[in-house]
Structure formats: structure tokens, C-alpha cells
Design a protein around this ligand. Structure first.
Ligand code: C2O
Length: 574
């Protein structure tokens, strides 16, 4: 009787559990309101009006489960045009919600609003959102965390705690003024005054220690850190004193776990790591500083910190701020390309993946800087680049120009002529020794709004080749609307004969942003299964200003779910 009763009880419990899992696993819709507004923010001893979302810096964290739908009403109460991009979200058939201004929508004017609607499909991990208009993303950004579907678990032991660390960049000036000044003069923009972790510069900057971010940990527990490089113009090294970091994900794709002491993230990239409280209870700095690969150029050489604090750390004097000084980790030299590439080449997918092996589109894009000779009617104040030139940048010698009276996606979808042409070159118009001593006659690109057309479902390979024009440099190249596999990377000029052998066709990592090595190349592959107009660009914002971008124009397929949805009725007009 006892036995029977308890087994009936167990059966009932099972049914109850099963039904509750089923109902709670239903995808949900989350509604949010983002108000873009000027907010007084005090950093580095000085208060200035920053453009924020809901008065927060960083902005609100969005936390969803895979499969959920987000509906975010963005109201613009600032004096600038704005758009929001959901960085890394695939936006299957919802390109209208992607966000880059004049690519998938006209900007939201001051006083206007627009509601972004999209569904998370098959992505898990750490992404983020940011303004995609001028340099507003310096202060308009936040995390977008995607948990597994309810009832699903991580492919690693459940961490005790999860902490998101947004690495940012701060100017003692209005970032919009900084970029406007650079656009006027043609010179490189002023470098930032600080890097930040969750909006705070940390102990090594003036007037900052009392707000330094504290990350708690307990002895013996393993926690998940979600690190996002939201800096505007700088690749960053990140490390934690005395602790190993086990990488388990990047750009909302899981990776085969590997252990390291130092991460390198290009702007746009995210990395998820596990950290275990296996050191003597104390306080340890987490620190980030520049990985800077360009030559003869200025950069912000400061270091931002947060504190990893054991809950059991001896802390008798913590309250008056005179507690033990945290342990400071060594950081790589700013130009330590070996450490950067040892890290970026360690990534693998967790298991064998389906990489397209046949290729329909075999593309080769140079990525790099340039210098425009100054037009005759320009005063010298507008020609402050090297030797009286103006900085520019290009892909395949095309310096990308955004339209200003309609978005590329609207023009493409409605067949409006004269906005975007479908003649972006599949190869550089001239071959040269890309990473050698490039003749100055090749330093001046043409400008244009050119797209590369892709048939629905085509299998695409792109070789991204850095050039040494003006200076070689590591470029974080980001593709909207897709994740791609990174098959290989290397230094020098890509050589199809020898380098193809190095392709990882078994378990290459999936990313949305690849750090193309300085004076080197990276090869990516993806299947064009998402119709729309998708910008691919360098995520150093100053390089977007100079034109380091292009768009893929992906047509609709024939199947029912293979064409882009119709534009929402509140899509902003120019
Ligand atoms: Cu994270 Cu086009 O950007």
C-alpha cells in the first residue's frame, strides 16, 4: 500500500512536472520601452550631458530565452537622429528591425519613435545592442543576454552566478562633437580619455575609485562572466589577476572550452568565460587595456579595472576604503599581436559542424585605410590628415557612402533606382602586394554605395585581406544578419594554393565579428539564407565614418518562409 501510494504520488509529480515544463517552455514576448535622452553623467571628475537609454549608462540589460520575441519601443527625446541595432541577432526575415541608419531604416528623428520587433531563433549566449547612428553608441549601448530555452541547460555545469561586463570607452567631450570635428578636418579623431567596465573607469583614473565595479565570487564556486567589447574604436585585452579563464562561448555561439589568462576582443565581439574561486580569499583586479596594432598613430593607453572580490575576503576596513589593495594582473604590451592571435586561433565549435564545402560565391575583399588628396576648393583647415590629405577607408577600393534620403533596404525592396548599385566588386579591381610597401598611387579609393547581390541560399566565402595602405591594422569585421564560420586566419597575403589547406572544415568557430589580423587575412563562410540588405563593416566606428563597409543584397527565395516580411507601418521615413 505504502509503495503503491508513493508510486502514484511520483506519477502525479511527474505529470505535474512534465506539464509545467511544457507550458513554461512556451516562447514569450517581452515588451520594453527605450527612451533616448540627454542625461547628466559624472566621470573623471566632470559632469557632462550624455545621450542614454532611460537615463542609464550602460543602458538596460535585456534578458531573454532562445525563442522569445522582443518588442522594443524606442522614443527619441534627444536632439540627434538615432537608431538601435541588436548586434548579432540574426533577424530572420525581419531586416527592418536590424537598425543601421540608412541601411535598413531611416533614423528616428528627435521626437519620433519606432518599435523594433524580432524573434530570437536558435541563438544562445551573449549579445548586445547599441545605437547605429554617428557615434551615439559611445553611450547608447547595453547587454542582450540569451538564455537557453526554459528547461534546456548550458553545455557546461550551471554556474553559480553570472556577471555581465561591458567594456566601453569614454571621452571628456561629447562624442558627436569629436567625430564631427574629425569629419571637418579630415584628421583622425581625438582618442578617448578612459576605458570603462560597466560604465566605470575604475581605480586607476582620477575621481573614479568609489564607483569601481565589484564582481563577487565565493571560494569554490564557478561563475560565468559575459564580456562584451562595446568600445568605439579599440580592441582590448582583458585579464583577471591570478585566475584562469575557461572560454565557453563567443558572439552567442558555444565554443569548445579552452583555458587562457588573457582575452582579446575587438569592438562588437563577446566572450563568455567560466572563472572559479580557487585562489586565497582576497581582492583581484580585472583589467582591460588596448590592443593597438596600427603604426604612427595615437591611442588611449590607459587601463580600466573592476575588482573580483571573494565574499570571505578579509575586509575589516572595507567600509572606509582602506581595505587590502587588489592584486594587479600583468597585461600584454599594447602591440602584442602574438598574444592576440594565440587567443583568436584557439576557438573551435564544440563539435563537428556543417560547413558549406561547395562555394557559389568566392569573394576576396581588401580592407584598409586610405588618404584622399584634398579637393582644390578645400581650405587647409579641412585637410588635416597626413601631408594635407583627408583620411578615408575602403573595401575593394570602394569607400562606402550611406544614402541620406532613403534606406538601402527600402530602395532594394521597392526597386527604387539610383540609391544602391549591385556592382560591388567580387575582387580588388587591381591586385597588388597587399601587405607590402604599397605604391601611393593606390592609396586613394573611389567612393560609392555599392552592394554585392546574393541569390537566396547561395554559399558564400569571403577572404578578408588587410592592406598596409597608410598603416596595417587589425580590423574587427562585423556582418549583419548572419553568423559565419571562421575557417582560418593568417599573416601576409592570402595565398589560395597554400592557405586553403589550413581551412578548418570540421569544427571552425561561429562568429558575427572576426578580428582580421594586422597585415593578415581571415576567411569566412556563410549561407545566404536571410533576405535583405546587410551591412558588413569594420566595427572601429572611425573606420565606418571613413567608408570601411559594404552591403550584401540578398534576394528572396521561392519558399513560403524565404522572403523578407513587409515593412512595419511605423518604419521611420526620411
Ligand atoms: Cu555592432 Cu553594424 O554593428
Amino acid at each position: 500500500m505504502e509503495v503503491l501510494n508513493s508510486s502514484i504520488f511520483l506519477l502525479g509529480l511527474c505529470l505535474l512536472l512534465a506539464s509545467s515544463t511544457i507550458s513554461s517552455a512556451e516562447p514569450r514576448t517581452q515588451n520594453h520601452e527605450f527612451v533616448i535622452q540627454a542625461t547628466p553623467v559624472k566621470r573623471l571628475c566632470k559632469t557632462q550631458n550624455s545621450i542614454t537609454v532611460n537615463g542609464q549608462l550602460p543602458g538596460p540589460t535585456l534578458e531573454v530565452n532562445n525563442g522569445d520575441t522582443l518588442v522594443i519601443k524606442v522614443t527619441n527625446k534627444a536632439r540627434y537622429n538615432v537608431t538601435i541595432h541588436w548586434h548579432g541577432i540574426r533577424q530572420m526575415r525581419t531586416g527592418w528591425a536590424d537598425g543601421p541608419e540608412f541601411v535598413t531604416q531611416c533614423p528616428i528623428r528627435p521626437g519620433g519613435s519606432y518599435t523594433y520587433r524580432f524573434t530570437i531563433q536558435g541563438q544562445e549566449g551573449t549579445l548586445w545592442w547599441h545605437a547605429h547612428s554617428s557615434w551615439l553608441r559611445a553611450t547608447v549601448y547595453g547587454a542582450l543576454i540569451i538564455h537557453p530555452k526554459q528547461g534546456d541547460s548550458y553545455p557546461f555545469p550551471k554556474p553559480k552566478r553570472e556577471t555581465t561586463l561591458l567594456l566601453g570607452e569614454w571621452w571628456n567631450a561629447n562624442p558627436i562633437d569629436v567625430v564631427r570635428e574629425a569629419t571637418r578636418t579630415g584628421a583622425a579623431p581625438n582618442v578617448s580619455d578612459a576605458y570603462t567596465i560597466n560604465g566605470q573607469p575604475g581605480d586607476l583614473y582620477k575621481c573614479s575609485s568609489k564607483d569601481t565595479v565589484i564582481v563577487p565570487i565565493d571560494s569554490g564556486e564557478t561563475n560565468l562572466l559575459r564580456i562584451i567589447n562595446a568600445a568605439l574604436n579599440q580592441q582590448l585585452f582583458f585579464t583577471v589577476a591570478n585566475h584562469k579563464l575557461t572560454v565557453v562561448g563567443a558572439d552567442a555561439s558555444y565554443t569548445k572550452p579552452f583555458t587562457t589568462t588573457t582575452l582579446m576582443l575587438g569592438p562588437g565581439q563577446t566572450t563568455d568565460v567560466l572563472i572559479t574561486g580557487d585562489q586565497p580569499p582576497s581582492r583581484y583586479y580585472m583589467a582591460a587595456r588596448a590592443y593597438f596594432s596600427a603604426q604612427n598613430a595615437a591611442f588611449d593607453n590607459t587601463t580600466t579595472t573592476a575588482i573580483l572580490e571573494y565574499k570571505s575576503a578579509p575586509c575589516s576596513n572595507c567600509k572606509n576604503g582602506s581595505s587590502t589593495k587588489p592584486v594587479m594582473p600583468p597585461l600584454p604590451a599594447y602591440n602584442d599581436t602574438n598574444t592576440s592571435s594565440a587567443f583568436t586561433t584557439s576557438f573551435r565549435s564544440p563539435r563537428k559542424v556543417e560547413v558549406p564545402t561547395e562555394i557559389d560565391e568566392n569573394l576576396f575583399f581588401t580592407v584598409g585605410l586610405g588618404l584622399n588628396n584634398c579637393p582644390k576648393n578645400f581650405p587647409s583647415s579641412r585637410c588635416q590628415g597626413p601631408n594635407g590629405t583627408r583620411f578615408t577607408a575602403s573595401m575593394n577600393n570602394v569607400s562606402f557612402v550611406l544614402p541620406n534620403n532613403i534606406s538601402i533596404l527600402q530602395a532594394y525592396q521597392q526597386n527604387i533606382p539610383g540609391v544602391v548599385t549591385s556592382d560591388f566588386p567580387a575582387n580588388p579591381p587591381r591586385q597588388f602586394d597587399y601587405t607590402g610597401n604599397v605604391s601611393q598611387s593606390l592609396w586613394q579609393p573611389n567612393s560609392g554605395t555599392k552592394g554585392y547581390p546574393l541569390k537566396y541560399g547561395s554559399r558564400v566565402q569571403v577572404v578578408l585581406q588587410d592592406t598596409s595602405i597608410v598603416t596595417p591594422e587589425n580590423h574587427p569585421i562585423h556582418l549583419h544578419g548572419y553568423d559565419f564560420y571562421v575557417l582560418a586566419e593568417g599573416f601576409g597575403n592570402f595565398n589560395a594554393k597554400t592557405d586553403t589547406k589550413k581551412f578548418n572544415l570540421v569544427d571552425p568557430p561561429m562568429r558575427n565579428t572576426v578580428a582580421v589580423p594586422v597585415n593578415g587575412w581571415a576567411v569566412i563562410r556563410f549561407v545566404a539564407d536571410n533576405p535583405g540588405a546587410w551591412i558588413m563593416h569594420c566595427h572601429l566606428d572611425v573606420h565606418i565614418n571613413w567608408g570601411l563597409a559594404m552591403v550584401f543584397l540578398v534576394d528572396n527565395g521561392v519558399g513560403k518562409l524565404q522572403s523578407i516580411e513587409s515593412p512595419p507601418s511605423d518604419l521611420p521615413l526620411c
